[in-house]
Write a protein that binds this ligand. Structure first.
Ligand SMILES: CCCCCCCCCCCC(=O)SCCNC(=O)CCNC(=O)[C@H](O)C(C)(C)COP(=O)(O)OP(=O)(O)OC[C@H]1O[C@@H](n2cnc3c(N)ncnc32)[C@H](O)[C@@H]1OP(=O)(O)O
Length: 180
């Protein structure tokens, strides 16, 4: 089925913000995190930027492939905001097309291509040298919709309790829910 943008989704051009301060992909509370900043696009799409820092190296002066996959995963995961669902990565297939140097900014574009029950199919590209530069990485993903209980059941109690006692975090979690 065609993906449907949630009526309360942030408007095109709006910054989505972090879903969790402790998130390695988007949170401000991780010193070496990616701090990926995503912005809503048209339909069920978004753009995001991530600048590679020295802490993200694999080979000398080049981004680690797993970090680049994490950036793609985070951009794809941020599509949740636009669908109004909570979903986790079930499958992530990544193509590494050209090396990404430290200091480079990865310009990411992600979009949901189809939804089938709990399954959300999406795709993302990362370009370097500017938003219209050559594609350096791309990914195809399957996310699977889950309930908030997924995190309560599987997460570590310490972080779950802290998140539940944080009104800002509770508001953010509700922003993902279709029927809060
Ligand atoms: C509070 C706000 C926070 C908001 C949180 C936002 C977080 C975003 C963070 C970035 C994204 C991440 O890194 S998320 C973290 C990394 N991912 C995870 O930790 C997920 C770990 N995996 C799981 O928990 C589980 O495997 C699930 C939830 C993905 C699926 O388990 P399940 O719920 O039992 O469902 P299951 O029946 O197995 O699968 C449902 C359907 O999906 C298909 N399916 C499942 N996995 C796959 C797969 N790898 N490849 C192909 N197909 C698959 C099944 O065949 C089935 O299709 P059919 O039979 O229906 O046709």
């Amino acid at each position: 089925m065609e993906p449907v943008r949630h009526p309360d989704a942030p408007a095109p051009g709006e910054l989505l913000g972090a879903h969790y301060d402790g998130c390695f992909g988007c949170g401000g509370g991780q010193p070496h995190g990616l701090r990926l900043a995503a912005r809503a696009g048209e339909g069920v799409s978004l753009t995001a930027e991530f600048t590679v820092r020295p802490a993200h190296q694999g080979a000398p002066g080049l981004a680690h492939g797993g970090v680049l996959a994490a950036a793609l995963d985070e951009a794809l995961g941020s599509l949740n905001w636009l669908l109004g669902t909570i979903a986790v990565t079930g499958r992530l297939e990544t193509d590494f097309i050209s090396p990404v140097p430290v200091g480079a900014t990865l310009h990411l574009e992600a979009e949901v291509t189809a939804v089938a029950g709990r399954k959300i199919y999406s795709t993302a590209t990362g370009r370097i040298g500017g938003p219209d530069g050559p594609v350096a990485v791309r990914a195809e993903a399957l996310f699977v919709e889950v309930k908030v209980d997924h995190f309560i059941d599987h997460g570590r109690e310490e972080e779950i309790r802290a998140a539940m006692n944080d009104p800002v975090q509770v508001r953010r979690a509700r922003a993902f829910e279709v029927n809060p």
